[in-house]
Design a protein around this ligand. Structure first.
Ligand code: SAM
Length: 276
């Protein structure tokens, strides 16, 4: 077994282990999206034919995973990555009939109210979902009883005195783990509190991934070994951290029966105006 396959082989993520390592590494855009989606689907339950929005899907690895593992119909939506290559990837993976790739900004979703059985997002929701009322908007696209679930990089506990030195200081590669934008990393409790304000969901549950830092570090080591990283490695800082502060947070909730006009909806002109 090579160093790379040893690091990728995790008993916690048996489904992920079936996917080709080269394919994963060519298309990755951050921490191993297969592991994180596998962890999310432990609690977001999908049946064959379920309509799923994979929001911020990047290169659609997770969308292909959902189609292959659960037979879900996936709308693979991303803003930076266009649909052409994602469509090619879906075709090559043999799940073209289950995946609809679209370039889509998270605040302008072109879907019918109540359309989805589930909405999932890996390592993307932190970019737009810390907005107080974003979940009100997103939940409107879920049917009653449908689930929303996200996994984001986050904190295992709040900083006591500002950013800890081992995260703020440059690593040997000259790059510090903590960038200004990392302030969107929040604790599980923060996400619980944040989502509890939303009138349109219930059964909110959040937790940190056990050994999240270790999984993140191992994947960084894989990227270093394969020279496939698109960002400077943060393995050294994660090793120093040992999960004292850094990890992954999963947040899930269920759409309840509350209806109401969503005044935040940026497509409101279309929803209530000329298109009605
Ligand atoms: C770090 S990448 C993760 C991609 C993929 N989920 C993965 O884990 O491989 C973050 C993704 O979030 C998407 N994203 C960020 N802001 C977005 C927005 N406002 N609307 C839609 N997608 C967004 C980006 O396009 C990008 O592909």
């Amino acid at each position: 077994m090579t160093e790379i396959s040893k690091l990728l082989d995790k008993p916690e993520f048996p489904r992920s282990g079936k996917y080709d390592a080269d394919w994963l590494l060519e298309n990755q855009m951050g921490p191993n999206v297969l592991w994180l989606m596998e962890w999310l689907t432990d609690v977001v339950k999908l049946k064959p034919g379920a309509r799923v929005l994979d929001l911020g899907c990047g290169r659609a690895i997770s969308s292909i995973f959902l189609a292959k593992e659960f037979g879900a119909k996936v709308w693979a939506a991303d803003w930076w990555i266009g649909p052409d290559h994602n469509w090619e990837r879906a075709n090559k993976a043999g799940v073209a009939d289950l995946i609809c790739p679209i370039r889509q900004e998270a605040h302008a979703l072109p879907f019918a109210t109540g359309f989805f059985d589930a909405i999932v997002s890996i390592d993307a929701y932190q970019y737009f979902g810390t907005d107080t009322i974003y979940l009100d908007y997103l939940a409107s696209f879920l049917r009653e009883g449908g689930q929303v679930g996200v996994v984001v990089p986050g904190l295992t506990k709040p900083f006591e005195n500002g950013v800890p030195e081992h995260l703020a200081e440059p690593q040997a590669n000259g790059h510090a783990f903590w960038e200004p934008s990392c302030r969107c990393f929040k604790t599980a409790d923060w996400w619980t509190d944040h989502w509890s304000g939303c009138a349109f969901v219930e059964n909110i549950s959040t937790e940190a991934l056990s050994d999240g830092w270790k999984h993140w570090r191992d994947f960084e080591m894989v990227l270093e070994a394969s020279e496939k990283n698109i960002f400077p490695s943060v393995a050294e800082a994660l090793e120093k951290d040992q999960g004292r502060y850094i990890g992954f947070v999963r947040a899930t909730a269920t759409r309840n029966g509350t209806s109401g006009e969503n005044l935040y909806d940026p497509t409101i002109g279309v929803r209530y105006g000329v298109d009605s």
